[in-house]
Ligand binder design. Structure first.
Ligand code: F3S
Length: 421
C-alpha cells in the first residue's frame, strides 16, 4: 500500500499507541482487500454501544485509558436501554451498569452523546460523495443509498478504529465503480401505482428486495412516487436485515441513480428480476405470525428511531383516543427528537394517550422475558424480521395507522391489502 508520510508516522506509533493500533488493524484489512492506499474519512458512526459482553466494555475502556481520541466527528448509535427509564423498562441493573461504562469510555474518546440509529435525524448528515466509516446496518444503507456518502459495512469495533485513525483503506464501496448496480429489480404489471397509497408497501418491497439481492448492489425501478425521509429510513433498515445490503439504488429517487443508464454499466446484459403481487403476499406472510389468541401485548415503534414527523402522525391517528388497558405502547426515539418533541408540546400530547416514549435504547433489546410478552405489533420491517430469530416472539406487521388503531381497539386491526391473494 502506498502511504503518506503522516500515515507512516501513525503506523510507527509517532502519534500515540491508540492511533498506531488502529492503523495497524486497518492496514491488515487493507492488505486483505488489496487496497492500494488509505483515504481520509470525515465522519464516523459508532455502533459499539449496545452491550454484548464484558470484552466489548473492556476494549472501550482500554482505548480510553491509552488516550485514544476520535479524529473525526463521531456519533453514537443506540445502546441497550433508556439510561434514565431502564427500571421501568425492566432491564437488569447489570446491563445498566455496563451501558454506563460504555457511555463513559466512548464519550472520553470524544463521541457525540446522541445514542441513536437515526443520526441523520439528529444533525449528522455527511455530504454526497464524502467518505465516512459507519457501523449499524440501517445507518450504513441510508448514508450510502439515500445520501450518497461512501462507507463499507464496518462492523463494531472496526468503525471505532477508523474513527480514531481518521483513515480507511480504499476498497469496497469507497471506490465509485463498485457502487454501480450489478442487477435490476422491476415491478410486475400486477403491482399498480394506486397500491403505493398503502404505506406498508414500501417495507414489503424492501424485504422482498433484500431477500433476493443478498449483499450485492442492485437497483430497483418503478417506485412511482417520491418517498418520505421516514419511508427511506424504513426501506434502508429492512433491506439491510432481510439481506446484507450496504447500498441500493432506487432509480429516479436516490442520488446516484437518476436513470438506469447512470447506475448500470451493461443494461442489455444485466441480471433482471421481476417481482409481483405473489412475492409481496409471501413477504407479508413471513412478517406476520400471530399467536392463536390474536392478542397483542405490545405495540413497538421506533426501529429505526422515531422522527418528529412520525410523532405527528401518531398524534393525528389517535385523535382523542387512548391506548387500551390490555396493551403496552412503546416508542423509541433519539434524545434529540425527544427534546424537540418535548419543547414543541407534542410529547405531552403523545404521553397523554398512554404511550411510553424511550430514548437511547434499541427496540431489539426489549426485555421480553421480564414482561412475559408473547406478541408484538410493529410498523418496522427490520423488527418484524428479527422477531423470529432474535427476540423469539410472534410479530404482527402493520402500517403506523394500523398499529395505532390496534392499540385503541385492543385487537389487531389491519386493512385488506391489494397483495393479499
Ligand atoms: Fe435501531 Fe435497534 Fe432497530 S439499533 S434500527 S432500534 S434494531
Amino acid at each position: 500500500m502506498t502511504l503518506t508520510d503522516y500515515q507512516k508516522e501513525l503506523l510507527d506509533g509517532k502519534h500515540g499507541e491508540a492511533r498506531e493500533m488502529a492503523m495497524k488493524c486497518l492496514y491488515d484489512i487493507g492488505l486483505y482487500n488489496n487496497a492500494e492506499k488509505f483515504i481520509e474519512i470525515l465522519y464516523c458512526h459508532d455502533d459499539s454501544t449496545v452491550y454484548f459482553g464484558e470484552a466489548q466494555v473492556l476494549f472501550a475502556e482500554h482505548l480510553a485509558k491509552i488516550g485514544a481520541e476520535f479524529a473525526v466527528p463521531t456519533s453514537t448509535n443506540a445502546c441497550a436501554l433508556d439510561m434514565k427509564r431502564w427500571e421501568y423498562q425492566r432491564h437488569e441493573i447489570s446491563w445498566m451498569t455496563a451501558t454506563r461504562r460504555i457511555e463513559a469510555s466512548h464519550l472520553k474518546l470524544g463521541a457525540a452523546a446522541c445514542f441513536t440509529c437515526t443520526p441523520y435525524q439528529a444533525g449528522f448528515v455527511p455530504a454526497f460523495g464524502q467518505d465516512i466509516a459507519c457501523a449499524e446496518s440501517s445507518v450504513i444503507a441510508y448514508y450510502n443509498s439515500v445520501v450518497g456518502a461512501r462507507t463499507n459495512r464496518y462492523g463494531g469495533p472496526l468503525e471505532l478504529l477508523a474513527g480514531i485513525a481518521g483513515f480507511v483503506p480504499y476498497f469496497g464501496l469507497h471506490i465509485p465503480e463498485n457502487r454501480k448496480a450489478t442487477g435490476l429489480m422491476i415491478l410486475g404489471d400486477d403491482i399498480t401505482e394506486d397500491m403505493f397509497n398503502e404505506p406498508s408497501i414500501f417495507n414489503i418491497i424492501a424485504y422482498t428486495f433484500g431477500k433476493k439481492v443478498g449483499d450485492r448492489v442492485w437497483a430497483l425501478e418503478q417506485i412511482p412516487k417520491a418517498m418520505t425521509m421516514d419511508q427511506l429510513k424504513q426501506f434502508s433498515a429492512t433491506v439491510a436485515s432481510s439481506g446484507g445490503i450496504a447500498l441500493y439504488h432506487l432509480i429516479g429517487i436516490t442520488p446516484e441513480a437518476p436513470t438506469r443508464e447512470a447506475i448500470i454499466n451493461d443494461i442489455k446484459n444485466v441480471e433482471t428480476v421481476t417481482i409481483g403481487l405473489k412475492d409481496l403476499y409471501e413477504t407479508e406472510q413471513e412478517f406476520s405470525n400471530m399467536n392463536e389468541t390474536g392478542q397483542i401485548d405490545l405495540i413497538s415503534l421506533g426501529c429505526p428511531h422515531f422522527s418528529f414527523a412520525e410523532f405527528m402522525e401518531v398524534d393525528k391517528y389517535f385523535g382523542d383516543n387512548k391506548v387500551c388497558a390490555k396493551t403496552e405502547f412503546w416508542v423509541f426515539t433519539s434524545r434529540t427528537t425527544y427534546k424537540v418533541a418535548h419543547d414543541s408540546g407534542l410529547l405531552d400530547r403523545i404521553k397523554a394517550k398512554g404511550i411510553k416514549v424511550f430514548v437511547d435504547g434499541c427496540t431489539m433489546e426489549y426485555p421480553t422475558h421480564n414482561w412475559g410478552t408473547k406478541s408484538i405489533m410493529t410498523n418496522s420491517g427490520k423488527f418484524a424480521t428479527y422477531c423470529f430469530n432474535k427476540v423469539g416472539v410472534h410479530p404482527v406487521f402493520g402500517s403506523l395507522e394500523e398499529c395505532v388503531k390496534t392499540a385503541i381497539e385492543g385487537k389487531v386491526i389491519k386493512r385488506r391489502k391489494p397483495w393479499w391473494i
